[in-house]
Design a protein around this ligand. Structure first.
Ligand SMILES: C=C(O[C@H]1C=CC=C(C(=O)O)[C@@H]1O)C(=O)O
Length: 449
């Protein structure tokens, strides 16, 4: 059925953007497989599967923008749009990720994604637990009705399911980069912590994956979704680079009444049997070094969330388990104080000491100066931001990597505290590469480990 607008033309033209949404049965993962190699788009799904988004055909790509700039965009959009749907059923959103540190070390390989990447999609597929929707977003100049109908047809073409042949993952060469240098940095950081320059710093390292065939980011995402079902899954696809990951860590969820966050820090592998798994979980919970590493995160999050919420509830200390790793974890939830925006809170929360360190400034300065490579979007907030209501959710962009057609850089980090030992931290980061490695392929040629 064609879209027929009933609103007065004058009212439409008083705004800058229009949105139009309708419900539609759609398998968002299948739509992804129809998108081209050059296309720019963004996919994001929450760990509880309550929200899935796929935004395509960007009306705008916002690159290199910090939280203040994205907040300004959100405010401007909110003031200048009109919803033409008879009943509002789904709001427009921005999808994307912030850079880990806008003043941090640079890493060229990230290209167009390096300093933050958000899209305002013209076609937004969204799904909550029950239903899926399409939201069309366009500008108010020219023939709005015609443009909305073109977008609707484009969306309809994409939802037609055809039985594409199952894709094979390519054979991949892997190499851990600059390990001796990184070990030196761990030792130097332990020294700085013992000298009271800081309490904790999270160091990251990289593993390079290369293929003679080509990487398909959608296939990587599908494999991650299969192997890491209880994680936030995301794919930000620029023209030449794709940022893909499956992270266990919520940074901030905002609905109209509540803010929710989590502390996730302290890690150990999963056991091969239920008994071994339980044993390892207990070892983690009882371990002094991991406890110290985690408590720093809890203290900071408690201090920040107390400022922005009433009745802050800190859930019980528990284990968060995924296929390869288990972590110490606390959920946090509080009532939103009036007048506090989602990005106000995000600005203070990021990076928590699970990704930056403590004190924040000292750790960030250390990382900017000493890191072997820049992080790009790794460790930054990745998610969606409502442009109608100030709602949204951001996860921490870890267990992730950035890919060109034939090369990928996977990232893994670990919290360094006074009791850390470099060799153990190397092994912990090796474990944290595992989820992405499973996503990339199962056919490996190991160059250097
Ligand atoms: C920095 C990473 O993990 C963080 C999240 C959970 C546990 C962590 C840890 O035990 O060190 C890290 O703080 C990563 O996976 O790249």
């Amino acid at each position: 059925m064609e879209i027929r607008l009933t609103s007065n033309q004058q009212t439409i033209k008083e705004n800058k953007y229009v949105t139009y949404s309708y419900s539609l049965k759609v398998d968002i993962m299948k739509v992804l497989t129809k998108l081209g190699r050059q296309d720019e788009y963004a996919f994001w799904r929450s760990a509880d599967k309550k929200n899935t988004f796929l935004g395509i055909s960007p009306l705008l790509c916002l690159k290199g923008q910090n939280m203040k700039e994205i907040k300004n965009f959100q405010d401007d959009f909110c003031r200048q749009y009109i919803n033409l749907t008879p009943n509002i059923i789904s709001q427009p959103v921005l999808l994307g990720g912030f850079a880990f540190d806008y003043n941090g070390k640079r890493e060229q390989f990230w290209q167009e994604l390096e300093t933050g990447y958000f899209i305002l999609p013209q076609i937004l597929f969204s799904k909550n637990k029950e239903q899926s929707y399409v939201t069309l977003i366009t500008t108010t100049d020219g023939d709005v009705e015609q443009r909305l109908n073109i977008l609707k047809n484009q969306a309809n073409d994409l939802i037609v399911v055809d039985s594409a042949a199952e894709q094979q993952a390519p054979t991949v060469t892997i190499e851990e980069l600059e390990v001796p240098k990184w070990i030196d940095l761990v030792n130097e950081s332990i020294g700085a912590i013992k000298d009271n320059k800081m309490k904790k710093v999270v160091l990251d390292r990289q593993l390079e994956v290369c293929t003679k065939a080509s990487f398909n980011p959608v296939l990587i995402l599908q494999r991650l979704a299969k192997h890491q079902p209880n994680t936030y899954q995301f794919l930000l696809k620029g023209k030449t680079r794709a940022f893909v990951g499956a992270t266990p860590e919520r940074l901030l969820r905002a609905d109209n009444e509540t803010f929710k966050t989590a502390s996730v820090a302290g890690s150990i592998s999963r056991g091969k049997t239920p008994a071994e798994d339980q044993y390892l979980g207990q070892v983690l919970l009882d371990d002094h070094k991991n406890e110290a590493e985690h408590q720093v995160v809890v203290d900071r999050i408690t201090a920040i969330m107390s400022k922005f919420t009433n009745n802050l509830k800190v859930g019980e200390r528990q284990l968060l388990k995924n296929r390869d790793i288990q972590h110490i974890y606390h959920p946090f939830s509080g009532e939103r104080k009036r007048g506090v925006s989602m990005l106000d809170v995000l600005q203070e929360l990021h990076p928590t000491p699970a990704l930056g360190g403590e004190p924040r400034e000292a750790a960030m300065t250390w990382l900017a100066k000493k890191s072997i490579r820049g992080r790009g979007l790794y460790g930054g907030p990745v998610g969606w931001l409502g442009l109608g209501d100030d709602q949204g959710e951001f996860a921490v962009g870890l267990r992730s990597g950035v890919f060109s057609a034939d090369k990928g850089l996977l990232y893994a980090g670990c919290g360094i505290v006074a009791e850390s030992q470099a060799e153990k931290e190397k092994n912990e980061t090796r474990l944290k590469f595992q989820p992405m490695l499973r996503g990339v392929s199962d056919k490996w040629i190991i160059k250097k480990l």
